[in-house]
Unconditional design. Structure first.
Length: 576
């Protein structure tokens, strides 16, 4: 257990003893907070005051008296209306630091393994990936990395848009320009031009319109040649997507592509099963399900359309088929959808219908990991100066170029090879950290200068802290990997306490998938290390025992930074 967990368990036991009354008392879970005056501040007396008919401060005084003599408590005092300021002894910190240093999981306990499906990124075939795909891809990648690191079985899904009426238009345009010309356009990432050309022809040419509509019929009828051409579009698009994913350094490797079309042969059985369970109702000629609690602006029940009145299936049917597949065939118990917040109602209705159908039932849960938009300096959606949507590839390339200039200024003696490698790591890290350090439900402003700064809550600041430690370890005449960590100074204590928060932080993030919690923890750890580095000499320390202790403490900080940033999908260079 972590230090905080041990403290909470101790406080819960003592509060329960103090609250011993004839009537039952709910489980007491004292919350621990940071404090300027102590290692921890606890508050549980407030919630017991009404039950015990005593003043919170009197309850806190009783608890403080019972805590005296506990091995985990050095001192405790009552503060304010009923808070407890608690300090732990150095010996408790040292014991736990020794355990952390020997534990590859840094104090994070083994998990009860579950199968999780993470649905993220989801670009559209024959369309370029743009800044709007940034957050889903980065947040989804962090979800997959975290759950994999914890030990869960993670199945990644990239639910690409690869079906629908536009493909009649796209296939006909492919025939007009030729497959080699289309392949060349896709290879240089010029999907938008291909799509716009097809759209312009469709809008202006009646013959092309008729051919496109006929091609949709052939596609839906599984015409062999039409399917072949459709697959050409998909394969070329996937090659382009993979280029972007490699640029962004995410886990997607192509095996996760499971588009809308993958569920085509399951849609009729989804509808039939919903019918058999009495869930289908007719609404304006469409076949729908009416999940309870969803109404339109007029207060009428809001339908989830499974099959449209023209006989075609929409997104809802595909999403329901995906849930059924993921829970019944893949045996997943945690379904994670990393999708923008505007899709919240649609997804909640899909989850509700899946529960009504019995496809989504305990222990399986579905979670919408919603996120806001990426804004420009003007507070509006991030676009080019010409008003176009920014390509994701261009965004990445620009960050790496700017990072190279920053790194060159800081370290002009780097070789060209090292400069290129470090700039790549720094530029990508800056983009990912700027996204993940923001509360995901909120919009955030994309600012190269801020995110690439070596000061403040940025990836380069954290990466540089990691680099500084490795520089010290290289310069040290010797650095014993099993050296005992001894806590003597204030800033050593503060750094040790921060290190011990890692397991609880990971537990919070596993539950919430709010990665700003981990980012903020890492920033606070790097800040605590900076204060330690300023006030506690390491290489200049003449006492070899103290020097080895501090080097071991630094090594543990580096390991924690590397692990935490790795979960966020951010690499840590050994030099910058």
């Amino acid at each position: 257990m972590s230090l905080e967990s041990d403290l909470r368990a101790l406080l819960s036991r003592v509060f329960t003893e103090v609250a011993s009354v004839n009537e039952p008392v709910d489980a007491i879970d004292p919350q621990l907070h940071g404090s300027k005056h102590a290692d921890f501040q606890a508050d549980a007396a407030m919630s017991l005051a009404k039950l015990l008919r005593k003043k919170p401060r009197d309850i806190a005084t009783d608890v403080a008296a019972k805590l005296e003599g506990e091995a985990l408590i050095e001192s405790v005092e009552v503060a304010g209306p009923g808070f407890l300021n608690i300090n732990v002894p150095n010996s408790a910190l040292e014991d736990r630091l020794a355990n952390l240093a020997q534990d590859k999981r840094l104090g994070v306990p083994e998990v009860t393994k579950q199968t999780a499906v993470v649905d993220y990124s989801s670009p559209n075939v024959a369309k370029e990936m743009h800044v709007g795909h940034l957050r889903s891809t980065i947040i989804g990648d962090a979800c997959a990395r975290l759950l994999t690191w914890l030990g869960h079985d993670v199945i990644r899904r990239n639910h690409i848009g690869d079906w629908g009426t536009p493909f009649g238009m796209l296939v006909e345009h492919l025939l007009d320009v030729g497959e080699s010309a289309a392949a060349e356009a896709f290879s240089v990432g010029d999907l938008n031009t291909f799509y716009k050309q097809a759209r312009a022809k469709f809008d202006a040419d009646e013959d092309f319109q008729n051919r496109s509509r006929s091609r949709v019929v052939l596609l839906q009828a599984a015409d062999e040649e039409t399917l072949r051409l459709w697959r050409v579009l998909i394969e070329q698009s996937q090659h382009y997507f993979m280029h972007v994913y490699e640029q962004l350094d995410v886990l997607l490797d192509g095996s996760e592509f499971v588009g809308e079309s993958a569920y085509n042969d399951q849609l009729n059985s989804v509808l039939e099963e919903l019918r058999e369970k009495g869930l289908i109702v007719q609404s304006d000629g469409a076949e729908c399900v009416m999940p309870e609690g969803y109404v339109n602006r007029d207060g009428d029940p809001l339908p989830l359309i499974v099959r449209k009145k023209d006989g075609g299936f929409g997104y809802a049917a595909t999403d329901l088929a995906a849930i059924r597949n993921r829970t019944q065939d893949l045996n997943a118990t945690r379904l994670i959808y990393v999708v923008g917040s505007p899709q919240s109602q649609h997804l909640q209705m899909v989850y509700a219908v899946a529960r009504m159908a019995g496809w989504l039932k305990e222990p399986a849960v579905a979670e919408h990991i919603a996120f806001g938009s990426v804004l420009g300096a003007d507070g509006k959606m991030l676009k080019t100066r010409a008003g176009d949507t920014i390509k994701l590839s261009s965004l990445i390339e620009e960050s790496i170029v700017r990072a190279e200039n920053k790194v060159r200024e800081k370290n002009p003696d780097l070789s060209a090879e090292d400069l290129s490698s470090i700039a790549h790591i720094t530029g990508l890290g800056a983009i990912k950290y700027a996204d993940l350090s923001s509360e995901r439900i909120r919009d955030y402003v994309f600012d190269y200068d801020r995110m690439l700064a070596f000061e403040g809550n940025t990836a380069p600041y954290l990466q540089y802290a990691h680099t500084r430690i490795h520089s010290m370890l290289r310069k040290a005449e010797s650095a014993e990997s099993d050296a005992t960590i001894s806590i003597q100074e204030k800033h050593e204590r503060l750094l040790a306490l921060q290190l011990m928060r890692f397991p609880d932080t990971i537990a919070q993030v596993e539950s919430s998938l709010a990665f700003h919690q981990l980012a903020n923890y890492l920033f606070e750890l790097a800040t605590a290390f900076s204060s330690f580095y300023t006030h506690c000499p390491v290489l200049a320390q003449e006492d070899k025992a103290i020097q080895q202790s501090r080097l071991a403490l630094c090594r543990l900080v580096a390991t924690t930074l590397n692990t935490g940033l790795g979960i966020l999908g951010i690499r840590t260079p050994d030099r910058m």
